[in-house]
Design a binder for this molecule. Structure first.
Ligand SMILES: Cc1cc2nc3c(=O)[nH]c(=O)nc-3n(C[C@H](O)[C@H](O)[C@H](O)COP(=O)(O)O)c2cc1C
Length: 290
């Protein structure tokens, strides 16, 4: 009887012994409290008036606290750092450098290869307007929930036609749903990784700038941008030496189009980039541990 009474009281989970997911509470889901907290934050913000220095400090603190809220509420640990690779090439240089940063961080992590899931473009439908949850029926909403809970993001892509490639661009566009009004990625740590033909060929610089720029636009603190010299697909298509449209003469010179082992690049051999990646991973690990 007493147990039943307790069970009927809202918010009371004592009465039934069975531990089920519906008994676990997340403060973020308690919309009234959450909205009140946000409103209080806005009042403090407004009352601070002209004390710009204080405002900035308070805001930084707020973003840091929010970025560190990484528990799912069901007791399991969400990945604190997420690595996203927009490279569709299997086990690509891009993938391996992103994974190296995750490993160096020592944090619970998850690596996502965009070409293996289904993430389309932002449709500008504003379905996310009231709750920052994208309503497009693909794999992004599930990925967004993970991104939302993480404190750091590593995004890698490769250059195509002088810009970041499509998979990477689509993912970055979709971050809009987390951005709208709340700026849910503000204060997170980020690293941008880009791969291209390198050797002075256009595209690599632009792709890495575009990725870094998108992350910074979301209010993330971009700790570094890493550029990898990758492998033109013309090296492996079988026609690279003879095709009139081949990238090989442009990349290696008109008299050097033969496919030879020395033309293939591994990011692990690009010592400066590889070491910078390790250092960035460690920095993220240390920053998120504090
Ligand atoms: C459709 C297409 C267009 C490309 N355009 C460029 C380009 O404009 N600039 C560039 O540096 N590399 C370009 N590349 C080369 C890729 O960036 C290269 O495949 C990449 O470096 C390989 O990545 P990975 O080493 O991670 O496998 C292009 C590749 C493809 C498939």
């Amino acid at each position: 009887m007493v147990a039943q009474e307790k069970a009927s009281r809202p918010g009371c989970a004592v009465a039934t012994a069975e531990v089920t997911p519906d008994k676990l509470c997340r403060v973020e889901d308690q919309s009234e409290i959450w909205e009140q907290a946000l409103a209080l934050g806005r009042v403090i913000w407004a009352k601070l008036g002209s004390h710009c220095g204080c405002k900035r400090q308070l805001l930084t603190l707020y973003y840091k606290i929010r970025a560190s809220l990484r528990h799912t509420g069901d007791g399991s640990m969400q990945p604190q750092i997420i690595g996203i690779s927009g490279s569709p090439i299997a086990n690509s240089n891009t993938d391996r450098l992103v994974q190296a940063i995750l490993a160096a961080s020592g944090l619970p992590s998850e690596f996502v290869k965009l070409s293996e899931i289904n993430v389309g473009p932002c449709r500008a439908c504003l379905g996310c307007r009231s709750d920052n949850i994208c309503k497009v029926d693909d794999d992004f909403p599930a990925l967004a929930a993970k991104v939302r809970g993480a404190g750091a993001l590593v995004v890698g892509g490769h250059a195509t036609y002088g810009t970041m490639n499509g998979f990477t661009k689509l993912f970055l566009e979709r971050l809009f749903s987390l951005r709208h009004r709340e700026g849910l990625n503000r204060g997170k740590l980020a690293v941008a990784v880009a791969t291209g033909n390198g050797r002075g060929r256009p595209g690599l610089e632009a792709a890495s700038e575009q990725i870094a720029h998108s992350l910074a636009w979301e209010g993330m603190e971009v700790l570094g941008t890493l550029q990898i010299t990758g492998n033109p697909k013309c090296l492996v298509c079988g026609y690279g030496s003879t095709c009139p449209m081949s990238a090989l003469p442009r990349v290696f010179g008109p008299d050097n189009t033969e496919v030879t082992p020395d033309k293939f690049c591994q990011v692990e051999d690009q010592t400066e980039t590889w070491e910078k990646a390790q250092a960035l991973g460690r920095e993220i690990g240390a920053r998120l541990a504090n």
